[in-house]
Write a protein that binds this ligand. Structure first.
Ligand code: NAD
Ligand code: MG
Length: 386
């Protein structure tokens, strides 16, 4: 029986995780859940899984959740960042689903690494902002890192069981998002609703905007660098609008291994949840004849400057990925709040990287300092434009 903490249970990944878990009550037990402000949704999840702990943002949210659960389930309600770290490192928990969005997920995900857990990593921002520190903790404490991001989960499945012998390149596929072929000047008038309407995947708002700018793929290039210990030069992005091939690994003999499936996050979640065993995910079988034409194209870096910025940040190393991630989070929130235009997202990130070229990120303190500095600079740039 695997005992789980699910960080970010109320989000898109959290809900898909609970869906897979509910199909296998004999294999999984939910010990702890976290949600941030969606208290009614979290209350419903607590009523159906009866976890020992539930964690929310603050005291007011905790009061609200306690009132909803009173007399119905014995879940202990906690709040704040220390409580997230606590449920990420509980001795009785062996597996942590890290599905909080953004930099907010770093501390709890690190806590799960330091306590040697099996970490199901959806929270790519944690790895982008603090890759060196994070991977050090994973290795030092014998944690097991299993990728949930569909591309990285696909790469993981196509890699040799041990080592990297014979691997030449990682090919990350990208759908190209909703604006792959829209006229460039139409991008100036894109609304948050249009940016969040992804053609293939149903996801949270932040990652949906990242997919529309292709910063999501940029973050994933950096994520792949850390997960698979692979330099930027050996990671390529391939546009594949159907999202059936989730990524590929090319070997020196010319073989290219691909992992395919319907675009549904329950497949990588199920794969990681019980790895190395295979379990039913609830995802329907892939109908290859219906999928028919699978198209592959080169990415257009001029249309998607965020992708180029991410490659540059990875090559620059040091704190550049931390700055890139923080500036992106600030710019995406401003866009979602209609304070910034869609194409200005890349401008804000580029200007922040130019303002802060040499941030170190060797320690956690340096990572947080670079993150804070980048947020302040990006915020000023956003305000100056409005
Ligand atoms: P979401 O917005 O749907 O959910 C985010 C979760 O994080 C919610 O449970 C929310 O309560 C919690 N949260 C938000 N802010 C928080 C804070 N400050 N402190 C604590 N908790 C907070 O997001 P999502 O789409 O589920 O994505 C989650 C993560 O998984 C992201 O890092 C995303 O990049 C990654 N991911 C998502 C998908 C997908 O299909 N949705 C695919 C690959 C990777
Ligand atoms: Mg992905």
């Amino acid at each position: 029986m695997r005992k789980l903490s699910i960080l970010g249970a109320t989000g898109s990944i959290g809900v898909s995780t609970l869906d897979v878990v509910a199909r296998h009550p004999e294999r999984f037990e939910v010990v702890a859940l976290s949600g941030h402000r969606q208290i009614r949704k979290l209350a419903g999840q607590c009523l159906s899984c009866a976890p020992r702990y539930a964690v929310v943002a603050d005291d007011a949210a905790a009061g609200e959740l306690r009132a909803l659960l009173a007399g119905r389930v014995g879940t202990e309600v906690l709040h704040g960042i220390e409580a997230l770290e606590f449920i990420a490192s509980l001795p009785e928990v062996d597996t942590v689903m890290a599905a909080i969005v953004g930099a907010a997920g770093l501390r709890p995900t690190l806590a799960s690494a330091r306590s040697g857990k099996r970490i199901l990593l959806a929270n790519k921002e944690a790895l982008v902002m603090a890759g060196g520190v994070f991977m050090h903790e994973v290795h030092a404490h014998g944690a097991t890192l299993l990728p949930i991001d569909s591309e990285h989960n696909a790469v993981f499945q196509c890699m040799p069981v041990k080592g990297r012998a014979g691997v030449r390149r990682i090919l990350l596929t990208a759908s190209g998002g909703p604006f792959r072929s829209s006229p460039l000047d139409a991008l100036d008038h894109v609304t948050p609703e249009q940016a969040c309407a992804h053609p293939n995947w149903d996801m949270g708002r932040k990652i949906s905007v990242d997919s529309a700018t292709m910063m999501n793929k940029g973050l994933e290039v950096i994520e792949a660098h850390w997960l698979f210990d692979t330099p930027a030069e050996s990671i390529d992005v391939v546009i594949h609008p159907q999202s059936i091939v989730h990524s590929m690994v090319e070997y020196v003999d010319g073989s290219v291994l691909a992992q395919m499936g319907n675009p549904d996050m329950r497949t990588p979640i199920a794969h990681a949840l019980d790895w190395p065993h295979r379990i039913d995910s609830g995802v329907s079988a892939l109908d290859l004849a219906a999928a028919a034409d699978l198209v592959f194209e080169r990415p257009d870096f001029a249309r998607f400057p965020c992708l180029a910025l991410a490659f540059e940040a990875l090559r620059a190393a040091g704190g550049a990925p931390t700055v890139l991630n923080a500036a992106n989070e600030v710019a995406v929130s401003a866009f979602l709040e209609r304070r910034l235009g869609f194409r200005a997202i890349a401008d804000v990130i580029a200007a922040t990287l130019e303002t802060l070229p040499d941030q170190p990120a060797r320690t956690l303190d340096e990572v947080f300092a670079a993150d804070a500095a980048a947020r302040a600079v990006a915020q000023r740039i956003v305000e100056a434009r409005t």
